[in-house]
Design a protein around this ligand. Structure first.
Ligand code: C2O
Ligand code: CU
Length: 517
C-alpha cells in the first residue's frame, strides 16, 4: 500500500499501519484488540482493558453482475453489493477503517446510529472527503440497537446509487422483545442499466394515502371540483413528465435487486415449517418505494427504522420508502415455495422477487407474483405504537415549520422554505431541547426526510394524529400537500444533516442542518 493520509481520530503511524495492513478483500476482517491505551475520537485516551472491534472496509469500482448477462459498472464495499453486513452488540466500541480505492473521494454515513458528530460522514460538514488512496478511521459506540445501515454520503448520494451501501445490525443488550428462529436481511435497490424497460418512478408516496389515510390530492380534487387536481396532474404528469425532463437520465431505473441480485439471480431463503422467521428489510433505492409482500403469509411488523414497537402489527404488505427499514416476522406455517416480492407495478418483473422455500419442498411450484395493492392490508405509520426508547427532553420546546418545494416544471431545484442548501436556515437547538417540526410538501413528489444523529417520533400524518407515536429516523412526506409532524429530543450535539434521502432532491438543495450546541 502507498502512503496514506489519515484524517480521522489521532492514530500513531504504527497503529495506523497495523489497522490498514489487515485490509482484506471480500469478507470483512474482524479483530478484537484489547489495549492499555486506545485513542478515542476526541483524542482523549481511554484507559483499561476495553475491547474494541476493528473492521476494515475498502471501497472500489467493480463490474457487478445483477443477473446472468446483466453486468454494470458499480462501486462496492469489500467487493460485494450490498457491502458486508456488520453485526455489533449494543454499546460495543468499534473502529472501522475505510480505505478508499475508488478514483474519486468518498465517506461513510452510519444511518440511524447516534455517532459523535465527527464520525457522521458528511463531507464538508463533519469531515473532509476521503481522497483516493486515503484511509479514514471511524470510531464510535454502536447504539441504539436495531436494523441500521451504512452508505456513502459523497455528492448527494450519487455513489449510493452505484452500490455503496450495506446493513449494520446492532443487537440489543437486553433479550430481543420478539423471539425468532431464523433471520434474513434483505436490501432492496434500483438500478439504471440502460437495458430493460424503465420502471415508473415513485412520486406520490405510499406511507399514507394508499393506506387509507386520505390523500391530499383527492381532497383538493373534491374542493376544486376536480379542476385543480387535474391541472396539477396535467402539469406534472404524475411522474410521467418528470421522467422526460430534468433528471430524466438518472431516473431511468430498469432493474431492481434484493441483496444485489435481480430475480432469477436472487438467492432463495430457506425456512423450516414451524419456525418464526425475521426479515430485516432495508430500502437502499434512490427513487422507489417498495411494497413488500410474501405470498401465502401475513407479515408482522415489529420494528420501524430499527426501533421496536410495543407489539407486532400484522399486515399483508409493507410499503418501504427510500432509506426506511422495517423488521417483520412471519410464521412459517404453509410448506411450499412462495415469492417474496414488491407489488408495485413492474417491480417484480424488474427483478424484485426472491423465493422462500420450505425445507423438503424444494421442487414446489410457486404462484407467480401478483401486482397491485387492491385488497391488501398495508402497513402505514398510524398503525404502529413504539416502545418508549427515545431520550426525554430537559430543555426548551422549539417549533419549526418546513415547507418542502421545488421541481416545478421539471427543474432540478428543490427547496426548504424557498431556499436551497447551503442557504437554508438551520434549526438551532441546545442539547436537551425538544424540537417539533412540521413538514408540508408543496411539491409534486414525495420526500423521505432523514435526520442524522438522533431519531424522532412521528406524531401526525396528513392532519391525522397518530394514536401513539412511532420512532424513526426517516419519514415520508407525501406529494401534493402531504404533511407530517415529528418531535425529537436534541440529545446529540453537533451539526446534523436533515434532508430528503432521494439523491436528486438532495443534490437539488433539499437539505437543512440541525445545529445542536
Ligand atoms: Cu442515509 Cu444523510 O443519509
Ligand atoms: Cu425529495
Amino acid at each position: 500500500m502507498g502512503t496514506t493520509e489519515v484524517n480521522g481520530p489521532p492514530l500513531t503511524r504504527r497503529e495506523f499501519l497495523r489497522v490498514s495492513g489487515q485490509a482484506g478483500l471480500g469478507a470483512v476482517t474482524l479483530t478484537v484488540a484489547g489495549g492499555a491505551f486506545l485513542p478515542g475520537p476526541s483524542g482523549a485516551q481511554r484507559r483499561g482493558s476495553a475491547a474494541i472491534r476493528e473492521i476494515h472496509i475498502e471501497t472500489r469500482e467493480v463490474n457487478w453482475e445483477l443477473a446472468p448477462g446483466k453486468r454494470i459498472k458499480a462501486m462496492a464495499y469489500n467487493g460485494q453489493i450490498p457491502g458486508p453486513e456488520l453485526r455489533l452488540k449494543e454499546g460495543e466500541r468499534v473502529r472501522i477503517s475505510l480505505k478508499n480505492s475508488l478514483s474519486e473521494p468518498t465517506t461513510i454515513h452510519w444511518h440511524g446510529v447516534d455517532v459523535p458528530n465527527s464520525m457522521d460522514g458528511v463531507p464538508g460538514i463533519t469531515q473532509k472527503p476521503v481522497q483516493p488512496g486515503e484511509t479514514f478511521i471511524y470510531e464510535f459506540e454502536a447504539r441504539p440497537a436495531g436494523t441500521r445501515w451504512y452508505h456513502t454520503h459523497f455528492q448527494g448520494h450519487r455513489q449510493l446509487d452505484l452500490g455503496l451501501y450495506a446493513p449494520l445490525i446492532i443487537e440489543p443488550g437486553e433479550p430481543d422483545p420478539f423471539p425468532f428462529d431464523r433471520e434474513y436481511t434483505l436490501v432492496m435497490d434500483d438500478w439504471a442499466t440502460g437495458t430493460g424497460t424503465t420502471v415508473a418512478r415513485t412520486t406520490e408516496g405510499t406511507a399514507g394515502s394508499r393506506a387509507g389515510m386520505g390523500g391530499m390530492m383527492g381532497m383538493m380534487r373534491g374542493m376544486m371540483g376536480g379542476s385543480m387536481g387535474r391541472m396539477m396532474e396535467g402539469m406534472m404528469g404524475r411522474g410521467g413528465m418528470g421522467t422526460m425532463m430534468g433528471d430524466g437520465q438518472r431516473s431511468a431505473y430498469d432493474t431492481m435487486t434484493i441483496n444485489g441480485k435481480a430475480y432469477p439471480a436472487t438467492k432463495s431463503l430457506k425456512v423450516r415449517k414451524g419456525e418464526r422467521v425475521r426479515l430485516r428489510l432495508i430500502n437502499a433505492s434512490a427513487d422507489h418505494t417498495h411494497v413488500i409482500r410474501l405470498a401465502g403469509h401475513r407479515l408482522q411488523v415489529t420494528h420501524t427504522d430499527g426501533n421496536p414497537l410495543v407489539q407486532p402489527l400484522e399486515v399483508d404488505a409493507v410499503p418501504i420508502v427510500p432509506s426506511e427499514r422495517y423488521d417483520v416476522l412471519f410464521a412459517a406455517d404453509r410448506p411450499g415455495a412462495w415469492f417474496l416480492y414488491c407489488v408495485e407495478p413492474g417491480h417484480a418483473a424488474a427483478g424484485e422477487q426472491v423465493l422462500v422455500v420450505y425445507e423438503g419442498r424444494e421442487d414446489a411450484k410457486p404462484e407467480a407474483p401478483v401486482e397491485g395493492m387492491a385488497g391488501l392490508d398495508l402497513w402505514h405509520y398510524s398503525l404502529g405504537r413504539s416502545r418508549d426508547i427515545l431520550p426525554a427532553a430537559s430543555g426548551q420546546e422549539r417549533a419549526y415549520y418546513l415547507v418542502l418545494s421545488g421541481g416545478m416544471m421539471g427543474s432540478d431545484v428543490w427547496t426548504i422554505n424557498g431556499k436551497q442548501y447551503p442557504r437554508t436556515d438551520p434549526l438551532r437547538l441546545r442539547k436537551g431541547d425538544l424540537a417539533r417540526v412540521r413538514f408540508e410538501n408543496h411539491s409534486m413528489e414525495a420526500h423521505p426526510m432523514h435526520l442524522h444523529g438522533q431519531s424522532f417520533k412521528i406524531l401526525e400524518v396528513n392532519g391525522q394524529r397518530l394514536v401513539a407515536p412511532i420512532a424513526k429516523d426517516s419519514v415520508d412526506v407525501e406529494a401534493h400537500m402531504g404533511s407530517v409532524d415529528i418531535e425529537f429530543t436534541a440529545h446529540n450535539p453537533g451539526d446534523w444533516f436533515f434532508h430528503c434521502h432521494k439523491p436528486m432532491h438532495m443534490e437539488g438543495g433539499m437539505i437543512t442542518l440541525a445545529k445542536i450546541t
